[in-house]
Design a protein around this ligand. Structure first.
Ligand SMILES: [Ca+2]
Ligand SMILES: [Ca+2]
Ligand SMILES: [Ca+2]
Length: 145
């Protein structure tokens, strides 16, 4: 998900005819929500979040567990500069801190975004969470400003 979004964002300045080569954290968060809300109902459901993480599970070892190595390998496969950012995000996703991403973490991460605890992550909840997160990790990349 992150890689796709970053690739998309890299194209944006050209599309908009602008010189700037980075995008604001809140806009980045918005694009990422649209990308993740596959059924387009304005809510990121837990199953949609799980689908995103399923992508990172290595095709050679699809065991339902996403290791740090698998995640970083996925995010940096086209852009090695995403290494630092990938490690930071992995630390955030690994909610129970056992160095593996499993259902336990997806549940925990989902709950962090679901501020009003109604079991659905709306776009405002998502973008508020991710804007804050991007602002805290943006020193690892020049794509977010
Ligand atoms: Ca949805
Ligand atoms: Ca974990
Ligand atoms: Ca909610």
């Amino acid at each position: 998900m992150l890689y796709l979004v970053l690739a998309l964002i890299a194209l944006l300045p050209a599309c908009l005819g602008q010189q700037q080569d980075c995008v604001p954290a809140d806009f980045m968060a918005h694009v990422m929500f649209v990308e993740s809300d596959v059924d387009g109902d304005g809510v990121l459901h837990l199953r949609e979040l799980i689908d995103v993480f399923r992508e990172y599970d290595d095709v050679d070892n699809p065991d339902g567990i996403v290791t740090r190595e698998e995640y970083v390998k996925y995010q940096t496969r086209h852009d090695p500069e995403l290494d630092g950012l990938s490690h930071e995000l992995y630390n955030v996703y690994d909610v129970n801190n056992d160095h593996r991403l499993t259902m336990d973490d997806y549940d925990g991460f989902y709950r962090q975004m679901d501020v009003d605890t109604d079991d659905s992550v709306t776009e405002p909840e998502f973008t508020t969470y991710w804007t804050k997160l991007f602002n805290s990790v943006k020193h690892h990349t020049n794509l977010i400003c």
